[in-house]
Design a protein around this ligand. Sequence first.
Ligand code: AMP
Length: 116
Amino acid sequence: MNDAACLFCRIVERKLPADIVAEEEGLLAFKDVNPQAPIHLLIVPTEHVPSVADLTERQTPLIGRAIHFANRLAHRHQLTPAGYRLVINCGPQAGQSVSHLHLHLLGGRPLRWPPG
Ligand code: AMP
């Protein structure tokens, strides 16, 4: 079930343009419009889930599949063996600005920790 008011649902439905890099069943990967690293992709479920905190037990396997998808994309973008970061922000205090669950894949430069 998609949400007509949701930015990432509109990207999933191809109603809003995005630089889509890959798709597989139930997941879409596209370039972040404001990249924080040379490679900055977002991996989203095609089904609307507002945040990781909203995942039902039925939906939880999506996270494992999203990580597996991200690992393959990292390999495809030559981010291994140097390394990369996977981030899920949950809620406003963590910096979640789009209410559609998304996994950030960041790499291509040294990434500081903690992120601040
Ligand atoms: P977060 O702050 O974790 O919710 O991440 C949301 C991300 O979505 C940010 O890194 C934004 O740059 C990115 N973003 C917002 N709008 C778009 C868009 N239309 N296409 C691609 N990325 C977007």
